[in-house]
Design a binder for this molecule. Structure first.
Ligand SMILES: NC(=O)c1ccc[n+]([C@@H]2O[C@H](COP(=O)([O-])OP(=O)(O)OC[C@H]3O[C@@H](n4cnc5c(N)ncnc54)[C@H](OP(=O)(O)O)[C@@H]3O)[C@@H](O)[C@H]2O)c1
Length: 283
């Protein structure tokens, strides 16, 4: 099967020299052949951005999907993430090289620190991350799950640009402070769990607005984010949902609709457990 254009070209957002496609495929929890198949099919449909992590234990399968798709390496934006137990400088470099071996790539487009690790000085970890970039293993680097305060700590001790913060971000969670901080520093926001792990499907406001645009609640939820230049990385294991999740560039939400959707968000809407950060020992 050759590449098909079921999805019109997905636009990108620019941040500190990185051009990141506004829709990527999330791959957490996708495993084995099913993972390879979804990645391959997403790329054939027009996705040009794939998000994985060493912790997902699927980089090999993601790499197989990338290679099987036939899409040229330079046309795909590949992100992976280093787990905090590998934040000591030597460990980080080794972990980054291991990621590349599993993905069968000579460099990734974006390499992220997966979560903050208070047990290792941030300056040391960022020093190692910057070196990995300078050594050509990653085109761009960034952070994930960093609070506003941690962004402020990270920027002055990073000698290379940090292009993004990847954080939980969806209609049920108010992330306006992180978004404002990223904007102030020219960083992209990459929204993980952008459809709140599917829980938004039955929301009445999103369904009503969706009906007006002949779109699903999921598409409204994703459009709400990309219309603010926030990158989204929805995951699906179902091939038929790949197109749905990317077909969000042929309509526009009005200012009134954007404002109404914004009322759904609160500071209590988090899905992912932040016990990870701070209290956890990363080993
Ligand atoms: N940096 C971090 O710490 C971090 C943390 C979490 C996630 N992430 C990244 O972000 C990605 C996305 O987040 P996520 O996986 O947590 O959640 P998500 O993308 O918000 O939601 C995925 C869930 O939604 C369902 N779904 C997908 N498309 C749908 C559609 N069109 N209609 C109805 N249901 C749909 C999926 O089920 P089906 O498979 O049945 O379609 C799956 O159960 C991850 O895969 C990962 O790459 C990063």
């Amino acid at each position: 099967m050759g590449p098909v254009s079921a999805i019109a070209t997905i636009p990108g957002v620019e941040a500190k020299g990185a051009k990141i496609p506004l829709v990527g495929l999330g791959t957490w929890d996708l495993r084995g052949r099913a993972c390879t198949r979804v990645v391959e099919q997403a790329l054939r449909l027009g996705y040009r951005h794939v998000d994985t992590a060493e912790m997902y234990d699927n980089e090999r399968e993601v790499g197989e999907g990338l290679h099987a798709s036939g899409v040229k390496r330079n046309d795909v934006f590949v992100t992976t993430k280093i787990w905090p137990s590998h934040f000591a400088p030597r460990e980080l470099e080794r972990a980054a090289r291991d990621c590349l071996v599993r993905l069968r790539l000579s460099e990734v487009d974006l390499l992220l620190l997966h979560w903050p690790n208070p047990q290792i000085p941030l300056a040391e970890t960022l020093g190692a991350l910057c070196k990995v970039k300078r050594d050509g293993l990653a085109r761009h680097i960034g952070i994930s799950n960093f609070t506003v305060a941690l962004i402020e700590d990270a920027l002055p001790v990073s000698s290379e640009p940090l292009v993004c913060d990847q954080v939980e971000c969806h209609v049920f969670l108010d992330q306006s402070k992180i978004i404002a901080a990223c904007r102030e520093h020219g960083m992209a926001v990459i929204a993980y769990s952008p459809i709140a792990r599917g829980t938004i499907r039955d929301d009445k406001v999103l369904a009503r607005i969706g009906a007006a645009h002949k779109k699903t609640a999921v598409q409204i939820c994703l459009r709400f984010l990309v219309q603010q230049n926030i990158v989204v990385i929805p995951r699906t294991s179902k091939l038929e949902r790949l197109s749905e999740n990317a077909a969000i560039f042929d309509f526009q939400l009005s200012d009134e609709e954007m404002a109404e959707i914004a009322t759904l968000g609160s500071c209590h809407g988090r899905i992912v457990d932040w016990a990870y950060s701070g209290r956890m020992k990363w080993d």
